[in-house]
Each structure stands twice: as structure tokens, then as C-alpha cells.
Design a protein around this ligand. Structure first.
Ligand code: DGL
Length: 278
């Protein structure tokens, strides 16, 4: 069973793609709805909350967890991987969503921080994310090291995670997205591509697509992360456990309060259980 974690319901976009790419794997999803959104929290809180959620998933039997939250990956992943995991759960692994995205944006493997590169065509790419992810500078630094010809124009999207989690209607969500895009295009009028660097945002990707200028490629984080996990499991078959495509959704919040966006989610990804019932 593979664990998938997000602060709330955004990671379901990643889970959906993982299930499509690996239909025989069983997945256990945990949304930390009791503490979401993480975008408003301090770094220490994000590390503590992410660690607590990893413990729940590991103790429930997951040997590998996908941290399907850009904010937690940007703020907490390195600390947990280096300072906590080797002592607390030496045989378990946590993979984030940032590494596959940086590899896809740069075309450079993560292990090559400073590749020798020939002259490359300059590219401008928009990155929409939470304020916390943007302020961490993680995407910016990792992309710049590997591909100086790629310019990322980051745009924080305050309020969007709250609106989606709260099940806000079409019009306010469209309005928010239109505003972010207008602002970022003022700084970067001719981007080639855009990345939704928050796992909640693919739930409303159609609104991003229709507000972006025609011809701007919208890179799909769920697809990129799923392809990367398939590749990882080929190299680490010890984490691939035969299953039957079963998905179970847990929440740290009250299942009846996880109102999130029925409209944005497929039926099979709407029914959460209390994490204490596992
Ligand atoms: N889905 C999380 C992300 O990818 C949302 C962050 C939040 O809880 O603010 O960043």
C-alpha cells in the first residue's frame, strides 16, 4: 500500500493520476484537514504536522509515502528526510512532488545540480502556488541551478486553497484565478508554459486554462508525478506491493465536515473516514 498525503484534499489530484498509472496498487490517502491550509502556517508547524501525518501513514502499513503537497514538500521534506526518517523509520521512504516537477521543467535529473550545458533557448514559465511555496524560493533555486535559461515567474495565489476546500462556487474561484493571471501577465506577458504548483489547483485547471493566453502550455503536475513514481518503482520494486487497486481516504478532520468541492471531485474520491478508525 502506497501512502499519499496532503494538507487537505488537493493531493487527490495526484492520487487520481497515481491510480490511473498504477491500477493494481492499493493507496491510502491522508488529508490533514484538521490543520489545513498549511499555506498560513509557520515553517515549524508545517514540519510538525507533516511528520505527524507521516507517522499515521507509516503506522497504518505504508512503506512509501508521496508527499502530494507542494507547500509541505518545499518546507518540510528535506528536514524530515535528513533528520527524522533515518532514525525513526529507516526502512520507509517519503517522496515529494517538487523533484519530479523541477526535473520536468529543466530536463535535468535531480542529481545533477550544476550540469554542463550548451547554449539553450530562453524559456519563461509561470508558476502558480501558495504564498508559502513561493516565499520558500525552492522551485526558483532548484530550477535556476540546473537550467539558468529557464525563468520562472512565480505567482502566489492567496485564498485559492481556502476557496476550493470551502467548496466556493464557480464565479468567485474564476474571479480569483483571473486576478492572479492578470497580475502575473503584467510582469511576464508572453510565457511559454504554466505550472500549477499546488496540488489543489488542478481541481480548477479549466479556469486557469481559459484565463491564460492561447498557446500557453499547462504542465500537469499529477501526470508528471505519476510518471516519475512509476519510474521510481521500477528502480525500487521493494516498494511495489501487489494489490487490487483499492483506495481508502482518511482525514484528521471530521469526515462529515470535509465538504470540499463535491463539484470538483470524482465520486470515488469524496468519501473520507476518520483516521483513527484505521
Ligand atoms: N495542496 C497544497 C499544496 O500543494 C496546499 C497547501 C495548503 O494547505 O495551503 O501546496
Amino acid at each position: 500500500m502506497i501512502g499519499v498525503f496532503d494538507s487537505g484534499s488537493g493531493g487527490l489530484t495526484i492520487l487520481e493520476a497515481l491510480h490511473e498509472h498504477m491500477p493494481d496498487q492499493d493507496f491510502l490517502y491522508l488529508g490533514d484537514h484538521a490543520n489545513a491550509p498549511y499555506g498560513h502556517r509557520s515553517n515549524d508547524q508545517i514540519v510538525d504536522m507533516t511528520r505527524a501525518s507521516m507517522e499515521i501513514l507509516f503506522d497504518a502499513g505504508c512503506d512509501l509515502v508521496v508527499l502530494a503537497c507542494n507547500t509541505a514538500a518545499a518546507i518540510a521534506l528535506r528536514t524530515l528526510q535528513q533528520d527524522w526518517l533515518p532514525k525513526a523509520y529507516p526502512n520507509k521512504r517519503i517522496l515529494g512532488v517538487l523533484v519530479p516537477m523541477v526535473e520536468a521543467l529543466t530536463g535535468v535529473p535531480w542529481s545533477q545540480e550544476h550540469p554542463d550545458r550548451q547554449e539553450q533557448k530562453n524559456r519563461s514559465i509561470l508558476l502558480f502556488a501558495t504564498r508559502k511555496t513561493v516565499d520558500s524560493g525552492s522551485y526558483l533555486d532548484e530550477v535556476r541551478k540546473r537550467a539558468p535559461h529557464v525563468t520562472l515567474h512565480q505567482k502566489a495565489c492567496p485564498g485559492l486553497v481556502d476557496a476550493i476546500e470551502g467548496g466556493a462556487g464557480k464565479a468567485p474561484v474564476r474571479g480569483l484565478i483571473g486576478g492572479y493571471i492578470e497580475e502575473v501577465l503584467a510582469a511576464c506577458p508572453t510565457p511559454e508554459a504554466a505550472v500549477l504548483g499546488c496540488t489543489h489547483f488542478p481541481l480548477v485547471k479549466d479556469y486557469f486554462r481559459s484565463a491564460l493566453p492561447k498557446g500557453v502550455e499547462l504542465l500537469s503536475q499529477p501526470e508528471i508525478v505519476a510518471a516519475s513514481l512509476v519510474d521510481y518503482l521500477k528502480r525500487h520494486p521493494e516498494f511495489m506491493v501487489a494489490g487490487n487497486g483499492h483506495i481508502r481516504l482518511l482525514t484528521t478532520g471530521k469526515p462529515e465536515d470535509v465538504t470540499m468541492a463535491d463539484a470538483y471531485l470524482p465520486e470515488k474520491l469524496r468519501h473520507f473516514e476518520d483516521h483513527r478508525d484505521i
